[in-house]
Design a protein around this ligand. Structure first.
Ligand code: ATP
Ligand code: MG
Length: 305
């Protein structure tokens, strides 16, 4: 055997191996093309999760959030057609029209007709694919280089920080106090061992327990504490007015001091008065109001009850 013929044999074997590998993906590709509305949603969901650094759970939750609309649509279709059996052919017909009307309005119409089924299915698929990608890279079975898990994690971290920063900057997304007496702290970058929420919040009752804030110099510890104080004071005051618990008492001792201590103290005072007692409006005092005898204007709820 000459070197040339050996080389040709090796190249042919390599091409055959690659062809077999590709052939394994062909049925999947055919299914992806056939179910194009689902594929489009799945691709969009996957890219969004990748760009924003979302955990797969966010895609699953969004898919579940769509299910009531799907159920409503199924109910309306059932009501219109009088049976469940007609819904499948109706969806298949809408999908088929997308193949026959090969223009933008026709395909848009077909997509919209099947969207209430395609969106949850696509998002769930995107969640599965994104979950698999994370698992594959982190476990070392995906990626070209040995450093792939580290590079992937560092890039995802950057994207997650960018997304969390954007969330904090969006007006109203991180209010002083959220529903259920939770104090929003800021956009969540990453949650480990806990359920991921776009905005991390602590229940105001947690502030009455021991708490430690750890961070590098200038990382925002004091600002965070000011936010927690204001949120806690507002929530505790509202609870006291609702007859749940005693009126709040907040004593702050600045043991660090420093040049900016007075500026920070002044900012804290202004924030607390704006959020808590200073936010009161004058009005008739509710009987039993813990602040009934104080000289400050009354809490808004006093004027309404
Ligand atoms: N959530 C935030 N968004 C934007 N800027 C912030 C945020 N929190 C703090 N900062 C800014 O970061 C700087 C430092 O904040 P802060 O004084 O709270 O940090 P610190 O950790 O208490 O610092 P030190 O260790 O010196 O006490 C301030 O200029 C503040 O305005
Ligand atoms: Mg500080």
């Amino acid at each position: 055997m000459t070197v040339w013929s050996w080389l040709r044999l090796a190249v042919c074997l390599w091409l055959l191996r690659k062809a077999f590998r590709l052939a394994r993906w062909l049925p999947l590709l055919a299914v992806a093309i056939a179910a194009w509305p689902v594929t489009i949603v799945a691709a969009a969901g996957y890219i969004a999760a990748w760009l924003r650094g979302w955990p797969p759970a966010r895609l699953y939750r969004t898919a579940v959030g769509f299910l009531p609309f799907t159920a409503l649509w199924l109910g309306l279709e059932w009501d219109r057609q009088g049976s469940w059996t007609g819904i499948g052919p109706a969806v298949a017909g809408a999908w088929g029209r997308g193949w026959s009307d090969r223009n933008v309005p026709g395909e848009t119409r077909a997509f919209l007709l099947v969207s209430l089924a395609a969106i949850p299915a696509g998002l769930a698929l995107a969640g599965l694919a994104w979950s698999w990608r994370n698992y594959a890279v982190n476990s070392g079975i995906g990626g070209w280089l040995a450093s792939a898990p580290v590079t992937f994690d560092a890039r995802q971290w950057k994207r997650q920080v960018r997304a969390a920063t954007g969330r904090c900057a969006a007006p109203g997304s991180v209010p002083l106090l959220a529903r259920g007496g939770r104090i929003p702290v800021g956009g969540t970058i990453r949650a480990i061992g806990h359920r991921w929420h776009p905005v991390f919040g602590v229940p105001y009752t947690a502030c009455a327990r021991h708490m430690v804030v750890v961070g590098a110099t200038g990382s925002g510890k004091t600002n965070l504490m000011m936010r927690l104080w204001a949120g806690w004071f507002t929530a505790a005051l509202a609870a006291a007015h609702a007859g749940r618990g005693r009126p709040p008492l907040l004593v702050v001792l600045d043991c660090k001091g420093g040049r900016d201590a007075r500026v920070k103290a002044d900012r804290t005072r202004r924030l607390l008065y704006a959020a808590g007692p200073g936010g009161w409006r004058s009005g008739p005092t509710r009987p039993g109001c813990p602040y009934g005898s104080c000289r400050r204007p009354t809490w808004p709820s006093c004027s309404t009850r």
